[in-house]
Design a protein around this ligand. Sequence first.
Ligand code: UD1
Length: 427
Amino acid sequence: MQKKFKQGKKLAKFIIRGAKKLKGELKINGAKNAALPIIAACLLVKGEVQLKRIPDISDVKVMINLLEALGAKIETFQDEMIINAASVNTAKAPYELVKKIHASFDIAGPLLSRFKEAQVPLPGGCVIGGRAVNLHIDAFRALGASVVLEHGLLKTRAKKIKGNKIYFKKISVGATKNALMAAVLASGTTIIENAALEPEVVDLANFLKQCGSKIYGIGTPEMKIEGVPELHPPIESYKIISDRIEAGTYLLAALITRGEIKINSIDPKFLEALLKNLEAANQKIERGDDSISLKFQNPILPLEVTTMPYPGFPTDLQPLLTTVLTLAKGTSIIEETIFDARFNYIDELRRMGANILVKNKHVLITGVESLTGAPVEAPDIRAGAALVLAALSAQGESEISNIEFIDRGYEQIEKKLNSLGAEIRRI
Ligand code: UD1
């Protein structure tokens, strides 16, 4: 089988000629935030796991490299992947790979479960805000493991992983995933209270169920997990759910260019918080069984939006919605409650003519007639995509640097946008 996943190219840039309406249809990829933990969960499974709809993005490549560094055998072909983790013989994750993506911390739970110990470098700071791991630690301790943090490593070990009650004092996607993966092979029953409800958490739980885990209450705040002695590969190749953040990105790209779009292979339920807000902003939305259509309507009305855990408005779409609201008729307020440094792109938007004030967790956006092209830098995945949206709508040309961030989460973004009528080049 041929290797397909490539590292994001360093120092590439996008040149975007803006003010072109996007129009057409797109198919959405498998979700990054589901694919990454599901690949990590293969560490728990005896035998060859086949996965389908793996997105071709650089974060996936890093996760593949990480599992390979631990000894797993991985083959990829187009968007399919076969993982056999039988030969993994170490529970020590290399710093060089873990530091590249926060999601690599997803291997802590599976390694602890499998080897009764794990050594994983701490994810460290992140451009969108502090990424604490206290809730992951609380979960491991509740399951009977000892945890110490030293020399930049989380070191955890246990004689036995024992089912227990885990109550999360704050909702965390990552900690819920790690708790789940650590608990599926435990002896006895685990109850996770205040679990994250994100579709990607649900997808991980469904995957683990297909592998023989006994998990009840999937998609609710209380999950019950009865430990089983071992996990087997799913009978059929497991298909990753669609990427709701990618879908939201293209809907907003069509909107900011005053265009129209139909997104296929996406369950509209996943994006209800965005869709309701877009309707409140005077936009025409059609929900199909497995599709969403949007048609621009003038004007875009201002909004008041607060980011919340699912099913609330997703923090990952916050930079993209803020960017669209720079062109709304009136003043919008966005409150970011999930990450404490997620307005890192605002200065770049201002350089393109946006009128935005930032105060603590709030941004106040007063709509302008249009944005103007400028050279800007992508600060992270979603903020990078937000700058692409700004450039697509702007008068004149923009140059976006640091696009390796965008490649971490978006498969062939320029190809997809060009297919809708954008003029975007990678240099
Ligand atoms: C995941 C997503 C990310 C998304 C986020 C929120 C992946 C790879 N990333 O990140 O795209 O923006 O969910 O939907 O799936 N926290 C603690 N202690 C902990 C863990 C988290 O205080 O032990 C805090 C975080 O600092 C943050 C909040 O809880 O303020 C939410 O974090 P969490 O839900 O864990 O996000 P991630 O899993 O890191």
